[in-house]
Write a protein that binds this ligand. Structure first.
Ligand SMILES: *[C@@H]1O[C@H](CO)[C@@H](O)[C@H](O)[C@H]1NC(C)=O
Ligand SMILES: *[C@@H]1O[C@H](CO)[C@@H](O)[C@H](O)[C@H]1NC(C)=O
Ligand SMILES: *[C@@H]1O[C@H](CO)[C@@H](O)[C@H](O)[C@H]1NC(C)=O
Length: 203
């Protein structure tokens, strides 16, 4: 193998390797103090209730800690009780693979203080127990720090979200069935009309 080929091959391999691994969560410092308007155990209704999230830099850190901070992305994350036996919500240290925080709340430019955002729980959020985590990204969009509304063990300040009730779902199903029925009957009507006109032409 020529030296150039070898170089190209290793370049491609290292690019592949670089793209398939994300930042490890355990390497991130918890420098943001994040709190939510929710009370421990509170139940919020999806599509109706609101959460206000407030965040700021921990002021007892050294000056310059936040010099590379560019954006803050708030996410809704599953508490361990709602991850049990659900591989699709599993926590992985590699943030590319982590499925703890699947619902984006908002992304905002970083500022060390006076940050707050009020979010209406989206209708597609499933029933589960949650907390809020804020990821800090640098200008290369890499995670560099975080903060969350719960403790490291994810047991305090958790809240529940109740998905859209069964009544709404059955209404949705009923309307889908009804539209399908209308389309079928429309086609049926055209078919019958055609046959009728054909047979009248033949007579
Ligand atoms: C802020 O940072 C200091 C120093 O690292 C730490 O001792 C303290 O617990 C932090 N405060 C909060 C609320 O996380
Ligand atoms: C951090 O910055 C503030 C204001 O810019 C200054 O008053 C303080 O002395 C600085 N602290 C350190 C440890 O450099
Ligand atoms: C909430 O955010 C607004 C700007 O969006 C800011 O002016 C205000 O001071 C913030 N309030 C708190 C309590 O942080």
């Amino acid at each position: 193998m020529a030296v150039q080929d070898f170089l190209i091959a290793s370049l491609v391999l290292s690019c592949l390797a670089a793209s398939s691994y994300g930042t490890s969560f355990s390497s991130l410092p918890a420098t943001l103090i994040v709190s939510a308007s929710t009370k421990q155990g509170q139940v919020l209704k999806a599509g109706e209730d609101k959460i206000t999230v407030t965040w700021s830099l921990n002021t007892s850190l050294q000056n310059g800690t936040d010099s590379a901070y560019k954006t803050v992305k708030l996410k809704l994350c599953y508490a361990p009780v709602s991850q049990k036996d659900r591989g699709w919500r599993k926590t992985e240290d590699d943030l590319e693979k982590d499925k703890t925080c699947q619902h984006k709340i908002v992304a905002q430019p970083y500022s060390p203080s006076n940050n707050n955002f009020t979010w209406t729980v989206q209708k597609d959020v499933p029933t589960a127990t949650y907390f809020v985590r804020a990821y800090v990204h640098n200008s290369a969009d890499e995670e560099v720090a975080y903060g969350q509304t719960t403790d490291v063990h994810k047991t305090t300040n958790l809240f529940k979200i109740q998905a859209i009730s069964g009544r709404h779902v059955s209404l949705d199903i009923a309307s889908v069935c009804f539209s399908a029925f209308s389309i079928v009957s429309l086609f049926g009507f055209f078919y019958l009309e055609k046959r009728k006109s054909k047979s009248s032409q033949q007579n």
